[in-house]
Design a protein around this ligand. Sequence first.
Ligand SMILES: Cc1cc2nc3c(=O)[nH]c(=O)nc-3n(C[C@H](O)[C@H](O)[C@H](O)COP(=O)(O)O)c2cc1C
Ligand SMILES: [Mn+2]
Length: 486
Amino acid sequence: MASPRDLRDWIALLEREGELVRVAAEVDPYLEITEIVDRTVKARGPALLFEHPRGSQHPLLINQFGTERRMCLAFGVERLDDVGRKLGDVLEMQPPQGLVEKVKGLAKLKSIADSRPKSVRGGPCQDVVLTGDEVDLDRLPIQTCWPGDAAPFITLPAVITRDPKTGTRNVGMYRMQKIDRRSTFMHWQIHKDGRMDYLATDARLEVAVALGLDPITAYAASAPLPKHIDELMLAGFLRGDAVELVKGKTVDLEVPAAAEIVLEGYVESGDEGIEGPFGDHTGYYSPPEPFPVFHLTAITMRRDAIYPSIVVGKPPAEDAWLGKATERIFLPAVRMSVPEIVDYDLPVAGAFHNCAIVSIRKTFPGQAQKIMHAVWGLGMLSLTKCVVVVDEWVDVHDYEDVFFRVTANVDPKRDVLLSEGPLDHLDHAPGTQFVGGKLGIDATHKLPEEGAREWPPEIEMTDEVKERVARRWHEYELPDLPASLR
Ligand SMILES: Cc1cc2nc3c(=O)[nH]c(=O)nc-3n(C[C@H](O)[C@H](O)[C@H](O)COP(=O)(O)O)c2cc1C
Ligand SMILES: [Mn+2]
């Protein structure tokens, strides 16, 4: 199945699949939309297209990512692991043996070559071009999400910059607090690539912000890629079709031709103001802090442009599924670096960076500690506050089973590792922002070299009896069991 070309194609797909509801009633982007969306997300309800947000001519799309099914629809897969496998196939490429393998290898290489964004002459994102006095953010239905928020925030942007030294493009999703008709803050946190581009300039850094993209390109803006890799390349690879770009009207940056809305402008070194508070994905308000000011020089858009938004807050919120997509898509890359990792889970309730559960194929003493240090040294996973390591036969997504291992297999004196290191920008718990304690819990079986007594066998029924009971279940005249227990 071809992935959606643009936001409208995606909306049409959601509608065909019964995954989108249009709301004709006038609804207020000030708090009211949040409350509707929060209830809808928590009920695993549909994407919502608010056709008449109060005070704006532009419809507002929200909850497009709010369930696993919609996430799979976006990627055109049955399960999110299928997306990971596609990336893993390329990462695991070996020198081909024989002709068939060679042809397959070439197809894979071609899929990478075709992923590079493509420049085109024009695109619908510039059907309407507003410059000078016409640049006015009041046109857009920007949400004030929570009662304590400092102002309205643009919450689902793809922020495009270029490294002033290397010229490499970066695309990141960073919320933007509206300051006035023509400026916002740019909330790029200290570990993020957009921030690096900003710090690398001693003058003006041009910025373009794409709003309203096909779901894969929008997802890619949130993906934790190494700095030197262009997120639009990942988008092209995952879409199976290059992202088309047009030159900005007032900036020397290229922007996705199919975007609904593009904000063009710049930030300047040292030009900062106090951003926040904002009701964040941690479930708390992030406090006011200095961030750079983004000055708009143009707004370009499609005719009847649709404005995309997302509400974060106490988990689970819509961003849970963007995070789960990253967890699944990056598993093969994690395993490339640390091959004994079997699987991992970043619980939504742990806001992703607060906890990682990792299962490993354990073959030597001290290996769980090796894994903890590996996680604390790996890309954005390095911000993980708590790492729980379990054996390969434990399902990391089954929190009941994980809890059983953590309580049963752990001698707190021997198996708990307290360390320290960098923490997420938004973590309010540590006494000092950005750094603090790390907790590692080794819930694997212990080896004699690790100071354990003989490890007892786990209780398991014989296969013969299991099969007999499954076969005879109806004879016992007991109620049917859920599929997982049959
Ligand atoms: C809905 C949503 C909002 C986000 N808001 C921010 C933000 O305000 N600031 C930030 O630094 N990261 C934010 N992130 C996380 C970044 O998008 C993510 O770390 C991404 O990898 C950044 O791109 P980069 O690695 O190129 O810097 C947000 C993610 C999502 C899904
Ligand atoms: Mn990046």
